[in-house]
Design a binder for this molecule. Sequence first.
Ligand code: GDP
Length: 435
Amino acid sequence: KPIVAIVGRPNVGKSTLFNQIGKKRVSIVEDFPGVTRDRIYMDAEWLDKKFTMIDTGGIELESQDTILSSIRVQAQLAIDEADVIVFLTDGRAGVTNADAEIARILRNARKPVILAVNKIDTQKQQMDVYEFYNLGLGDPIPIAAANSLNMGDLLDKVVESFSAIEAIVEDPDEIHIAVIGRPNVGKSSLVNAMLGQDRVIVSNVPGTTRDAIDTHFVKDNIKYTLIDTAGMRRKAKIDEPIERYSVIRSLRAVDRSDVVLMLISAPDGVTEQDKKIAGYAHESGKGCVLVVNKWDLMEKDSKTPLRFTEDLRDELGFLQYAPVIYISALTRQRVHRMPDLVKYVAEQQAMRIQTSVLNQLIMDALSVNPPPAHKGKQLKIYFMTQADVKPPKFIIFVNDPELMHFSYLRFIENKLRESFGFEGTPLKLIVKGRK
Ligand code: GDP
């Protein structure tokens, strides 16, 4: 999904515009301490085109920063992270110095910039718009965000600009890995440990217009790609405002991945944000490995991993299928096992089971545990077939889908896993009626 950022100096109406365009706020709560605005982005849609919007107004900078310097940071962040930038100005205030400064930065961005002039509620004010041609960003679009005036024109422009965004073409032979987890969980350390340990062939290919940097390596003739390691390989102290984009970065990495390495810090356990991102990986049908890092910091006895795994299973109930590995990116304990584990999960995800084998499984399952009657009617299962891989998708043909109970589907899923494994991958089970 393309990312659209709204930038502009304070009080031009960014939040109003944001709220007018957005449908529902994405409820990922950030775990950063001291964050007052917890929601900075949301999903939106126009003419069937979906996009994610960032309200850069949600980025509050240190109080000692001047308005101008925070505006520069804001504009730069938008350039770095968004695909399309909406530059919002105030038609009543006219062109200010701060506007000129933002325009100067945005003119150098090699990304589409759409200039909108807000607070133009009357015909008479139309004249105020012409001044904004001076910013050198093309036709200014007059809007009145508070009254939703001309929002359609603005959104048309936004959506039109999406066609300029290059599609990312992935090599299907490579296993794409997204390393995700909250800041300081050890993503950079793990990436560097994986690359160091395996004496890999490393190359950095500047990916796309989005400046995502992927790192490629080969182990045992298998090609792997670590997605968007830009900030990880050369880890400097990343500024807070940039970290606030990390959720969006993570979601985008998940979209492009085959297997997600979900990092959890052993001393801290699972956070709300971990759950949200893991949930997104699950819904997206991605393979998943739960990587518990900083294991070196734990006081251990023989039961520690067992107890930790139990807690993980409780917290992340929907990820029962994900293997758990305990590592230390620092001491490199078990890091060498990561590539094989990723390869294993990728294979599980791509596994295809013959229809005849599946039907034997269904018959056995039915005889052990026939489905209970529902409202006096009996569910009949005719047959099951695998329709897709990555994730494996099964279609179960029945007399009446209404009669299929959730718990019975769960039972069939468990049978599939008992018989074939499918470790690390979600399964999609679809029930279809006759005809
Ligand atoms: P990122 O923000 O997720 O990329 O996290 P980093 O890789 O930058 O790690 C954050 C901090 O945790 C750094 O100080 C690391 O040295 C430390 N760290 C990472 N992995 C481990 C680990 O396995 N054990 C310990 N003790 N510290 C770790």
